[in-house]
Design a protein around this ligand. Sequence first.
Ligand SMILES: NC(=O)c1ccc[n+]([C@@H]2O[C@H](COP(=O)([O-])OP(=O)(O)OC[C@H]3O[C@@H](n4cnc5c(N)ncnc54)[C@H](O)[C@@H]3O)[C@@H](O)[C@H]2O)c1
Length: 270
Amino acid sequence: MQVWRLMKKFGTPLPNETMDSFDKTRVAFKGPLTTVVGKGFRSINVALRQQYDLYANVRPAKSWEGVKTRYDAVDIVIVRENTEGLYAGLEHYLTPKKDIAESLAVVTRAASERIIDYAFKYARDNKRKRVTACHKANILKYTQGLFLDIAREIAPRYPDIEFDEKIIDAACMHMVMNPQQFDVVVCTNMFGDILSDLTAGLVGGLGLIPGANIGADAALFEAVHGSAPDIVGKNIANPTAVIMAGAMMLSHLGELEASARVVAAVQKSY
Ligand SMILES: NC(=O)c1ccc[n+]([C@@H]2O[C@H](COP(=O)([O-])OP(=O)(O)OC[C@H]3O[C@@H](n4cnc5c(N)ncnc54)[C@H](O)[C@@H]3O)[C@@H](O)[C@H]2O)c1
């Protein structure tokens, strides 16, 4: 999506027409948007997630039959907290010379409880076995420690779902060595962002992974990938992620049969 074309036409990357439509339907299907690195306006993706309180970012990475990768039978769902953490937007320079900058990570009990509870409910509703909380509570004792404490508090409420915890760096190593041990993974915002690209790599790449941004009364569906500037014009972009985001949206709208048909059609193409 050419954000600069939007800026030129409407003077904003988020025109009122778009927001009015989302306000009315409470469901959106979004293409990837470019966010310029290190300058320019704030990410529209982050703004939308925060404005509509789309707190759960659900990113399933599943092996496709016919897509050759290092591993078979990978089936991992990353449930990423989507509204706070290091992506809360609290960043500034500390000196006039702009040679020191800081970002603040915000982790709240309320947001952690709802995302961790969402992960367990998702596991139960989707007949999954285990939820793994990935964290860095050994070093970030307050922010990550709070998140982990809450995961440990909530886990016993779901005795039918196994719970385990992994320090994020070790989790990455385990994930590339033995991805089949992971089922549903829950983590704070930035760890979830990074881990979901890692899981995409396990099953064949970013062109395959859809994402749902779910709130209490609104939801936005999109591919996990960005605008892929390195392959523009080459006619090699894989549309699977976007199509599968559509299947997730249909399922969210209760159109389960239509959703299953879309998934089956994609599978047939491989
Ligand atoms: N939700 C979003 O809108 C979103 C998500 C991620 C990145 N972005 C933005 O996209 C821009 C580019 O970011 P990036 O290059 O880091 O990430 P990217 O996801 O656009 O690309 C990463 C790699 O994956 C490949 N890839 C992505 N989609 C593909 C597809 N459908 N088929 C085949 N290969 C595909 C790309 O060619 C590239 O090599 C940045 O401005 C970033 O902020 C937007």
